[in-house]
Ligand binder design. Structure first.
Ligand SMILES: [Zn+2]
Length: 218
């Protein structure tokens, strides 16, 4: 039977050094937004978080506060991944590739954050579902718009990855779009975000256009 007289620091140290994921008792290797994680969970969770946030950024405008939060998350990821990549026992082998993948994804998302302006925009549209089993139309306005997406309040139920059609009420143009998120706010309104499929100039809003398009000569 083990002695009850333990090394005084041992129980506390053990608790503090355990991964915060459910059912994982591996040793902490990194902290992501103050969450202690083992190496495997750091690798999988950071990639998953970067992917989720990249998808949201494609369609949902980020305001200054959200952009700052995203930058700080990415800085955290990069710092932890760089520290781990510099550790002697990880500098070679399969972990190195995955750590460099996190650095690459972080820098890509950082670039997208700078490149893709998102503005609050109130553009009148008809939002339509045109498949045979669910056909509906509603009059709405964008709450936010980016070059390749938009956010709306939507009264109809629509699943993620479902197709909708946007028709501009002011200009009569239409375009197909894919739903990338659908969630309710605290007042019970459904918000959906869509990614526009096809033409990139659907909104025709100069502040959304990348600078290269505005200045490109024929
Ligand atoms: Zn873990």
């Amino acid at each position: 039977m083990a002695s009850q007289i333990a090394w005084p620091e041992a129980p506390r140290a053990l608790k503090a050094s355990q991964c915060s994921c459910d059912a994982c008792s591996d040793t902490v290797a990194a902290q992501l937004e103050s969450r202690p994680l083992c190496l495997d969970h750091f690798l999988s969770i950071s990639v998953q978080e970067i992917e989720t946030r990249s998808t949201c950024l494609k369609v949902k405008p980020v305001d200054t506060a959200a952009a700052a939060g995203l930058r700080s998350f990415l800085a955290d990821c990069v710092q932890q991944a760089e520290t781990l990549a510099g550790a002697e026992d990880l500098a070679a082998g399969p972990y190195r590739v995955r750590l460099h993948d996190i650095l690459r994804r972080s820098s890509h998302l950082n670039r997208s954050l700078r490149r893709s302006p998102r503005v609050p925009a109130s553009i009148p549209v008809w939002l339509r579902r045109e498949d045979q089993r669910h056909t509906w139309e509603e009059e709405t306005w964008t709450s936010t718009a980016s070059l390749h997406g938009a956010g709306f309040v939507c009264r109809h139920s629509v699943e993620v990855n479902g197709r909708v059609v946007l028709c501009r009420r002011d200009k009569g143009r239409r375009v197909e779009a894919r739903v990338v998120y659908s969630r309710f706010d605290s007042e019970g309104r459904r918000h959906i975000g869509v990614e526009i499929l096809g033409r990139g100039d659907f909104w025709d809003t100069p502040e959304l256009a990348p600078p290269s398009l505005a200045t490109r000569a024929e």
